[in-house]
Design a protein around this ligand. Structure first.
Ligand SMILES: Nc1ncnc2c1ncn2[C@@H]1O[C@H](COP(=O)(O)OP(=O)(O)OP(=O)(O)O)[C@@H](O)[C@H]1O
Ligand SMILES: [Mg+2]
Length: 497
């Protein structure tokens, strides 16, 4: 009998059977990976364990005893905590206040005892060796710091099981290393981790066992030492993954579609020059904070303080105007899709057509039939898994939300497409699909700029890679010179020996 056992877990949502008779065990003090395609049921399983959702059938056994956490609080009392990606704290309260919110130390006359508050918060941070100013507002922390804070809160309140759902998807390299160090330490203390990620290398470096889900069903649970990445991919997607060399590389790029001259924005980036030609996929690499996303936003007219020149097909685009950028054929799939890319309360069809409304309308009327055809085509191209096009985006799995954000811009048929971290949170099978799509678009004569923190992705896909460092273009590598080492040197500003 395992420390934690799922037995016959089934969960139904309106229109979706998220989990179907899932059974497997997790050992105490292990890091247990959950992997599967977008919509396979990983987050749902984590949320059931954490008391966010309740299973329709089946049971969870903790040390042989059935448990049924009816709320996140009930789960916490059983020693089970989940680390969320979205804000889990009040951004305007301090680190200390957030950590002690459930049990604020009382002082004289009912006031909060500040000294005691600070002492307790520091003690909690110390349990995981995290050094942070406890008086800082949580809103001023990076995503990585906030995640570590959630872990401190979990460990500090006695969690024995911690669920992490794609914890590294928005972390910098340094933050990721810090998280991994911490996970290894927690394991040594006998804490059990349930770790959800699409990054296979990560799972193989960190986890002891891997459970694969497909379409809500349990496929396999195996020791990491006894399996291989390609075997896991096969189990996930039910077929071999085909990786082909991008075809656009064999073509000769056409005329220049975008030219950026001396683009600057105070405090963000300065003196950025580059151009994109028809049929090219160009990468933009850099460390988190190098200014890549800021440049992308300026190109879409979202930065009113931007100066310099941007030309589309040799015509100036006035800076700071989204309308002008859109009219010139520029499209951007932003990095932060939840906040900038999607309207969560609208359905898949409406989100997909959002950037194409003028083209779909006649005399002010939206042509519903065409809208539906277009939304269906894009959803099929990207293999979106949703009960129907009328499903609200909020109820899709994380990865399928990403696909809808991408579909919105693909539908618009832009000549110059900028994609910011296009495969974040996307499963390996769908990733290959997105690479194929971008390749196809380039083949059709579009110019594509791909911002990515995954170097293998850029190396596989691009004709050349621009590298930004501290708000400036630090260099450019042609395909013949691609290597992770060369890119990292440019990104970090270390000269080649
Ligand atoms: N609150 C909800 N309401 C309706 N359907 C939901 C809800 N949450 C999840 N689903 C559906 O349940 C299925 C499993 O979703 P889940 O979020 O568990 O997938 P996942 O494996 O975490 O995927 P991803 O890798 O994309 O994050 C999907 O079909 C999803 O649309
Ligand atoms: Mg998920």
């Amino acid at each position: 009998m395992s420390f934690l056992t799922f037995s016959g877990i089934t969960k139904r949502f309106p229109g979706a059977l998220a989990l179907q008779d899932v059974s497997f065990g997790i050992e105490r003090g292990s890091c247990h990976a959950l992997i599967g395609e977008n919509g396979a049921g990983k987050s749902t399983l984590g949320r059931i364990l954490a008391g966010v959702h309740q299973a329709d059938a089946g049971e969870i056994l903790l040390e042989g005893q059935p448990i049924r956490p009816l709320s996140p609080l009930a789960a916490r009392q059983l020693g089970i905590a989940m680390v969320h990606q979205e804000l889990a704290f009040c951004p305007n309260l301090s680190v200390a206040e957030n950590l002690c919110l459930g049990d604020l130390p009382q002082g004289a006359a009912g006031w909060v005892n500040r000294a005691e508050l600070r002492r307790r918060a520091e003690a909690m941070l110390a349990t995981i060796g995290l050094r942070l100013e406890v008086d800082r507002p949580v809103g001023s922390l990076s995503i990585g710091q906030e995640q570590l804070l959630q872990i401190a809160a979990a460990v500090g309140t006695g969690a024995r099981i911690i669920i992490m759902d794609e914890p590294t998807s928005s972390l910098s390299g340094g933050e990721t290393r810090e998280l991994f160090r911490l996970i290894r330490e927690l394991k040594e203390r006998g804490i059990t981790l349930v770790y959800v990620s699409h990054r296979l290398e990560e799972l193989f470096a960190l986890c002891d066992r891997i459970t694969v889900l497909r379409d809500g069903r349990h496929v396999a649970t195996e020791a990491v030492a006894a399996t291989t990445p390609s075997r896991v991919v096969q189990q996930m997607i039910g077929r071999e993954l085909l990786v082909q060399t991008p075809r656009h590389l064999a073509l000769t790029p056409g005329p220049e579609l975008l030219r950026v001259e001396n683009l600057s924005s105070p405090g963000q980036f300065s003196g950025v020059n580059f151009s994109l030609r028809a049929g090219e996929i160009v990468g933009l690499a850099g460390l988190v904070g190098a200014g890549r996303s800021e440049v992308a936003q300026a190109l879409l007219g979202l930065d009113r303080r931007a100066t310099g020149r941007v030309l589309a097909k040799e015509r100036d685009i006035p800076l700071g105007s989204i309308d002008a950028a859109l009219a010139a054929g520029v499209g951007l799939v932003p990095e932060d899709r939840k906040r900038q890319g999607l309207v969560l309360s609208l359905n898949c069809r409406e989100n997909t057509s959002l950037a194409s409304l003028p083209r779909l309308s006649r005399a002010g009327w939206l042509r519903r039939g065409e809208e539906r055809v277009m939304a269906r085509r894009e959803a099929d191209r990207l293999r979106v898994k949703a009960p129907s096009l009328e499903t609200t985006v909020a109820s899709l799995s994380g990865g399928n939300q990403q696909k809808i954000a991408l579909a919105k811009w693909l539908a618009r048929d832009c000549d110059i497409l900028i994609v910011d971290e296009p495969t974040r949170g996307i499963d390996v099978g769908a990733k290959a699909e997105i690479y194929r799509l971008l390749d196809e678009l380039a083949g059709a004569g579009k110019a594509i700029l791909v911002i990515s923190s995954e170097l293998p992705e850029l190396i596989g896909l691009c004709r050349r890679i621009l590298v930004m460092r501290e708000g400036r273009l630090a260099g450019e590598l042609p395909r013949a010179d691609f290597s992770e080492a060369a890119l990292l040197r440019l990104m970090a500003g270390v000269e080649a020996a």
